[in-house]
Write a protein that binds this ligand. Sequence first.
Ligand code: NAP
Length: 484
Amino acid sequence: MTDTTGREAGLALLREHALIAGEPVTSTKRIAVDDPATGEILGHVPELGVVETERAVHAAHDAFPAWSRSDPHKRAAVLREWARLIDENTQGLGALMALENGKPFEEAKGEVAYANSFLKWFAGEAERLIGETQDSPLGHVILTFREAVGPCALITPWNFPAAMLTRKLGPALAAGCTAVVKPASQTPFTAIVLAELAQRAGLPQGVLSVVTGDAATIGGVLTASPLIRKLSFTGSTPIGRKLAEQCAPTLKRVSMELGGAAPLIVFADADLDHAVAETIKGKFRNSGQTCVCPNRVYVERSVADDYARKLAEAVSKIPVGGAFEPGVKVGPLIEDKAIRKVQDHLALTKASGGAVLTGGEPHALGGRFFQPTVTFGGDDALFRREETFGPLIPVFPFDTEEEVLAKANDSEFGLASYLFTRDLDRALRIGRRIEAGMIGVNTGLISTAVAPFGGVKQSGYGREGSIHGIDEYVDVKQVTLALR
Ligand code: NAP
């Protein structure tokens, strides 16, 4: 039975306006937002442009002096109150995300808790903005202060409409920065509700604005403005590169959380049932649309058939459906183009000799639903180069440690990697040599507020979450005291 209460709770929170300095802003030009499960239009957001974005930038600039100099304990209190309001609205926010993104309602509620964990963690970090003292060889005393970078531009993707926002806003606000947020056009409603709740929690006007509209126009204003001192972007590598270039003339601080093509390696000594269960957890969250999803699985040849058979059997039982159907684990993909990408990857794998073990077809539900799919064999080169971003998992056998390490590293990306082995020596030996920002050993889940999240190579730079996350939003200032 469909959970209509959940759906209605989501629709009740839907707001068709952007928010600039605490004021709702509309426009005659609008962007339609659909439900990926049905294609039905859920509502619209205003298509704002240069003038409104500049207004938001000025608001962030004007609010910066007071917010950055405010008592960090007060900022922590606002973050905690915001988190409390989010907790209180878990049902509605989860439902809204399920509607605009298509992810299962239960998973969306999980994202609300995950998103909130960043606000709770960084509330604590606001209280720990600790400096240092040091004796200088010149006979002085050096004091260091960690000061807010300035007004920030935060651009987020559609796959985690809440968590990608709070993972940036938590540390930014804790540090004393102000922000202009540009959410993804496919999932803007969650960001607008979150910003409204932040206002209700006591965030002063101007500290946070949410601007919706044409990405290149808004991004152009945000990156060109000398008033914006920092850009944090989560999204695709090509857009990340472009934005980094746009930030160069004003020498902004930049953090880039970009794409991945994560390898998952299973050695013969691994607990295969556990490896299969964790592969599924890692791969099929958000219907395979996460940057840390295993994109290619390598299994030691002696157990490869066994692993692939177990994986295919388990994957064939994954319930697929609309977000509000009970028990559903995989939903629709975000857009039609995403389905075509899965089909292209599948066709190329088959053409290179890969066999389909389960799935392989558009789902009977039609539209943007695709069957969870496992393939075996064929050429892995495509999956080193490109993330599938859908429910397709290709499995390839390997023979030696050196061979699999070379394959794992033969990618321009370096975000997440996964290893399954009972041999701790090997886990560390290989783990240390894999070129990635994050390594899961015997687990498919590596994301939490307390762990540093981020990549190397073309997966970007900077870290979110953990004790390092706030460093992206502070400058270290030294004061040298000549004591007489
Ligand atoms: P995307 O196309 O790069 O879009 C991301 C955001 O950038 C959206 O808000 C988008 O706005 C905006 N944007 C697009 N073009 C822009 C431009 N010229 N100037 C300024 N902003 C621009 O990526 P996506 O398809 O939404 O997200 C999926 C990608 O994100 C994948 O590659 C995934 O791996 C990556 N990702 C990385 C992480 C991480 O932490 N490393 C986490 C999640 C996702 P519109 O929606 O209006 O186009």
